[in-house]
Design a protein around this ligand. Structure first.
Ligand code: F3S
Length: 373
């Protein structure tokens, strides 16, 4: 049972208004189900489910009702929406869709959100080691836990919204030391050569370890690769944390003696490319799932091809002064944008977008895409 302070009990009883009461009800219920002892303060929340394509009319109406009199108690950032706010006209997005999308964004902004419109909010504000967060968007939560050593569960859209409004989250799951410990050792028996290989590797590991926290050995890589690995790991399993020997911040604390061991080799990876690949040439290609970092965008922006879209945040794009450049898509991604509905065959370099785009998707190595362009 979740212990509440006297002040929190008053909120739960509705003494501070209906919105806060509803949020507390949700968080306390969640805490009860997962055995949380109390509600703990968070330093930030990250909201998903803000694209009109994903939430539709029902979601818009819910937010419109819910937002009356509500405001965010902590720093609150937002996932990608359904359009590039500056280029939508040129890309032929329906005006009605944009009008609905802007209503959602205006509401969130009025409540106090910073409209980061990216799944990589950590490029804009990076939480410190040990900070407690309530982040929805599984790729961002997995990065925060694994690469930054911050602490968040894989929040759903409603629980992240409730935490943004209240500034607290139930203390269970990855907020606790015991649930962050390695449970299985993964020996990587091949050398990934592309960031896409890391994306595939995350998917393979997810399929092999289920819900056991992996301690991965045999990798030498940077944060862009870890981002790719974590995004597919968190897509294909309930996991939202991994450790990489000698690289991620909590790896040095892990006890690995006596843990189950599994091996992953090049054959496992090739079979994923085959499963998500295909013979037909894609009509269009989207790179940047999760959104590209400054380093990635800098390298890729030299690629000129009208068939390729590079997805990133406006913040990253502005940092490099690439605003307005053809082929760069900010604020959105193919999964949450109606743009992808126009195509039958879509090339991607990430398992996460291949997974969500389904039979339309064609998984390719990033280098292969650039080489062919
Ligand atoms: Fe980001 Fe869209 Fe991929 S939200 S993680 S680019 S599916």
């Amino acid at each position: 049972m979740v212990y509440l302070t006297r002040e929190q009990e008053k909120i739960l009883d509705g003494e501070r208004g209906e919105v806060l009461q509803k949020c507390y009800r949700l968080l306390v219920k969640l805490g009860d189900v997962f055995g949380a002892d109390r509600l703990i303060p968070i330093s930030s929340a990250h909201l998903s489910g803000i694209s009109y394509k994903s939430i539709g009319e029902v979601g818009l109406e819910f937010l419109e009702d819910f937002s009356v009199g509500a405001s965010f108690a902590v720093r609150t950032t937002t996932n990608p929406c359904g359009v590039d706010l500056k280029k939508w006209k040129g890309l032929g997005v329906d005006e009605r869709f944009v009008e609905r999308q802007l209503r959602i964004l205006n509401m969130l902004e009025k409540m106090g959100a910073t409209l980061t419109l990216t799944c990589t909010p950590y490029y804009i504000y990076s939480p410190a080691y040990g900070e407690h967060l309530a982040w929805a968007e599984s790729s961002a939560s997995c990065y925060a836990n694994s690469v930054l050593g911050a602490r968040t569960n894989k929040e759903a859209a409603p629980s992240a919204l409730a935490s943004a409004i209240t500034g607290v989250t139930p203390n269970f799951g990855l907020h606790l030391d015991e649930n962050r410990k390695a449970e299985v050792v993964v020996e990587v028996e091949f050398t990934p050569v592309s960031v896409s290989d890391y994306s595939v590797l995350g998917y393979v590991i997810a399929k092999r370890v289920g819900d056991k926290v992996p301690f991965i050995r045999g990798l030498r890589c940077g944060k862009d690769e870890l981002k790719a690995l974590g995004a597919s790991l968190a897509t294909a399993s309930p996991l939202c944390i991994f450790h990489v020997d000698g690289i991620t911040p909590e790896a040095k604390f892990q006890e690995t003696d006596g843990l189950e061991k599994i091996e992953v080799d090049g054959r496992d990876v090739r079979s994923v490319y085959e499963d998500f690949g295909g013979e037909d040439k894609p009509e269009v290609i989207f790179i940047g799932c999760p959104h590209l970092s400054t380093n990635e965008l800098l390298t890729l922006s030299r690629t000129r091809n009208e068939k390729i879209f590079l997805c990133t945040s406006r913040e990253v794009c502005n940092k490099l002064k690439l605003e307005g450049q053809v082929g760069i898509l900010c604020d959105t991604c193919p999964v949450v944008s109606p743009l992808s509905e126009r195509y039958e065959r879509i090339g991607v370099d990430s398992v996460k977008s291949a997974f969500y785009l389904g039979s339309k998707a064609c998984l390719m190595r990033r280098e292969e895409i650039i080489h062919e362009s």
